[in-house]
Design a protein around this ligand. Structure first.
Ligand code: HEM
Length: 265
């Protein structure tokens, strides 16, 4: 709940969406991201999201506010404006990309620290930085597991194979982060003392994540605040009972139960 509230509110507030809608939007996106949702459920969720964002766009046309949706409505480039359909699609993507990923970053960081108390002690003592925690979490457990297909525009020889023009390619950030050629024989391990700077968990090239500074900033605010407020935070279940959300796209846990205070004897 903690990890969900902050990123959802931040991105929704930026886009001018009321807080009362956060829980409903989250449920619709959950259906969208889950690999176990039926096709008709995904279609229904998408339909509801489109209708909702169409309402937001109509409302911002009537009453522009101090938000990014109103700014996009007013924006022109070479005399062109975004169509309603483009704006609705932008809202849908921005709110999806802006909350789901950052939730997963925070959850994985808390999991990493609670299951590696020696490393938590390093951050607490100031021997390691929160920024190192965030970068190592992004490498070790990228919020986006895989990015769905891109298509090769020409033959691309790589290693022993050639990706042929027109082939579909799925990028696995999960695998990239654990590449031993880049991160050495301990690539599987969560280790905030390594230089994790070479991860690609925000993508690469012209479509690299535009929200990377915001995602990092939210984690850098939320994580120290959580551990300062609850210095005795521990996992409430053994680590092997943590279950991943079934999804080919995102890397999240169904839940991360924690104890906020030390149990009384
Ligand atoms: C820890 C947080 C985040 C992670 C790990 C993440 C990861 C990614 C990745 C892997 C991509 C694909 C990049 C590519 O195609 O090469 C992406 C794209 C995108 N992200 Fe993020 N993201 C995060 C936070 C955010 C936030 C906070 C926002 C919104 C403010 C956002 C908005 C977007 C958008 C709009 C795209 C599509 C960009 C395009 O296709 O040109 N992301 N993100």
């Amino acid at each position: 709940m903690f990890a969900f509230k902050l990123p959802m509110r931040v991105i929704s507030e930026l886009m001018g969406v009321e807080a009362a809608e956060d829980t409903r939007l989250r449920a619709l996106y959950d259906t969208f991201f889950s690999s176990v949702s039926r096709a008709d459920e995904v279609r229904a969720a998408m339909g509801e999201l489109f209708a909702f964002f169409a309402g937001v766009v109509a409302e911002k046309k009537r009453r522009p506010g101090d938000d990014l949706t109103s700014a996009l409505l007013a924006a022109t480039e070479g005399g062109d404006r975004l169509s309603d359909e483009e704006l609705i699609g932008t809202l849908l993507v921005m709110i999806a990309a802006g909350h789901e990923t950052t939730i997963n970053l925070m959850v994985s960081a808390v999991r990493g620290l609670l299951t590696h108390p020696d490393q938590l002690a390093l951050v607490r003592s100031g021997a390691a930085s929160w920024s190192a925690v965030v970068e190592e979490t992004l490498r070790w457990s990228p919020p986006t597991t895989n990015f769905l297909f891109r298509y090769a525009t020409e033959d691309i020889p790589t290693g022993d194979v050639v990706i042929k023009e027109g082939d579909a390619v799925m990028i696995s950030y999960g695998a990239i982060g654990r590449d031993e050629a880049q991160h050495g024989p301990t690539a599987e391990e969560f280790d905030i003392t390594r230089d994790a700077g070479r991860h690609l968990s925000f993508g690469y090239g012209p479509h690299v994540c535009p929200g990377a500074p915001l995602g990092r900033l939210e984690a850098l605010v939320a994580l120290p605040a959580l551990f300062d407020r609850f210095p005795d935070l521990t996992l409430a279940v053994p680590e092997d009972q943590l279950a991943n959300t079934p999804s080919i796209l995102v890397n999240s846990l169904r839940e991360l139960p924690v104890r906020l205070t030390a149990p009384r004897d």
